[in-house]
Ligand binder design. Structure first.
Ligand code: ASP
Ligand code: MG
Length: 423
């Protein structure tokens, strides 16, 4: 049993879906869990819908219309017969969304977010499952919410491993007796009260790892629009190079610092069971890609460059300029944790503590309000965080010479810089 994961870019239009079916046709020798994300930028569009709905803006339905039109165009291309049952199926899904939108939103943004944004994955997997069946690729559409069980942390569901493992094994073993492909959704799960939850943006990779862990998969392949794991984003750096192999730990470090090729939570479960992870191109599926496995490979001898955009840096000091010490720090960390904000870089001095994090318009303002009650806060917005793993001075000079650096930090392996973006 193996696991495949196809992300949004790999199913962004009809042609891409056909490409996925071709990849699966080349893998008829094994049983596969195929984890699929929402198509193209659907999750972003649904996020906009949630935003408009939550604020009761006038254009709610026209935003939903965009998602409808996008999927309808793909449908019309993949299923020329408009009497095909997929049309009714999708129609019903959109009616369900409209039902939600007819009610008033209530106050729990994260809950509403999950109830609506999760439909992206439902839509994509329905379309793809039907399309594969039409192409003669027998498959079973599995609702991931019946398998991935979580707590109530909406937008970042924490996995109930014991329960999920038990259910995944029970459900899939009987399905695999009559089909080789199980098509399921990434990114979504279900709370103990049976509400839909999401696992955090780009969380489909994590879903693939959860299924792989639960089922002791032979390996996992994440199909991407890049050749594999590269030392830098090829859209920003034309001379980026492909890693043929990375240890689990190096991959964890790279994703922790923001390498967006794999979701950071994906690797640990695979490492714990020694399940290899392949990152391959869906454009050149015959390419070798990157294999992430094992420990203690020689560290890469080229620097890896990671840029995180949309960062905020705040500096926290006590109102009377007394020291920021352990008692203050534990209180500050507590506030960050309860706001669901992850610190990407931190530094402290006697009288201040600085923290850099992604600017989330819903999570950050309430955190700042809370902090201001006790502390004096200074902040900078619209920053970038540059991380260079296995750095050398020349690389750093090239990357930072024209930048207005406002904070830097170096360890033996990793150099980080926060700078303002020049407009
Ligand atoms: N569709 C979700 C997102 O765009 C999950 C994923 O793609 O992994 O964040
Ligand atoms: Mg995605």
């Amino acid at each position: 049993m193996k696991v495949f994961k196809f992300g949004g870019a790999s199913v962004r239009n009809a042609e891409a879906v056909v490409n996925v079916s071709k990849i699966l046709l080349n893998h008829l020798e094994e049983k596969y869990i195929v984890v699929i994300s929402a198509m193209g930028k659907t999750t972003n569009d649904l996020e906009n819908l949630v935003h408009a709905y939550f604020n009761q803006e006038p254009d709610i339905l026209s935003i939903l219309e965009k998602t409808k039109a996008f999927h309808t165009e793909i449908l019309e291309s993949l299923f020329p017969d408009t009497k095909h049952p997929i049309y009714a199926e999708l129609h019903n899904i959109f009616v369900e969304i409209e039902w939600i939108l007819e009610e008033l939103p209530g106050t729990n943004y994260a809950f509403i977010y999950d109830q609506i944004v999760s439909y992206g994955e439902i839509l994509s997997t329905k379309i793809i499952s039907y399309f594969l069946s039409d192409k003669g690729i027998k498959n079973y559409w599995l609702d991931a919410r019946d398998c991935i069980k979580t707590d109530n942390t909406y937008r970042e569901g924490k996995i109930n491993w014991e329960k999920s493992i038990e259910i995944i094994n029970k459900k899939t073993s009987s399905i695999f007796t009559h089909t080789n492909f199980i098509i399921t959704q990434g990114f979504i799960g279900c709370t103990s009260e049976n509400y839909t939850i999401t696992l955090g943006r780009e969380g489909s990779d994590y879903t693939a790892a959860i299924f792989a862990f639960a089922l002791d998969a032979k390996d996992v392949t994440i199909w991407k629009d890049v050749a594999g794991v590269l030392n830098a984003d090829p859209k920003l750096f034309s001379d980026s190079i492909l890693f043929k192999r990375l240890s689990y730990n190096e991959a964890i470090e790279l994703t922790y610092y923001g390498a967006s090729v794999i979701h950071p939570k994906t690797i640990k479960p695979l490492q714990n069971k020694g399940i290899p992870l392949f990152v391959k191109s869906f454009v050149y599926p015959e390419g070798e890609g990157t294999e992430i496995c094992g420990e203690g490979y020689a560290e890469p001898n080229v620097p890896s460059i990671i840029i995180k955009k949309n960062q905020m840096l705040i500096s926290i000091s006590s109102k009377d300029f007394s020291f920021i010490a352990e008692d203050n720090l534990s209180f500050i960390f507590e506030l960050f944790a309860t706001s669901g904000i992850k610190i990407n870089l931190m530094q402290n001095s006697a009288i201040s503590f600085s923290a850099c994090f992604d600017y989330d318009t819903h999570k950050v303002p309430p955190l700042l309000e809370e902090l201001k009650k006790t502390f004096k806060i200074l902040f900078n917005e619209s920053l970038e965080l540059l991380t260079v793993r296995h750095f050398n001075e020349l690389t750093i000079q090239n990357l930072t010479s024209k930048k207005e650096i406002i904070l830097e930090q170096k360890t033996r392996n990793t150099a980080q810089f926060i700078y303002k973006i020049n407009h």
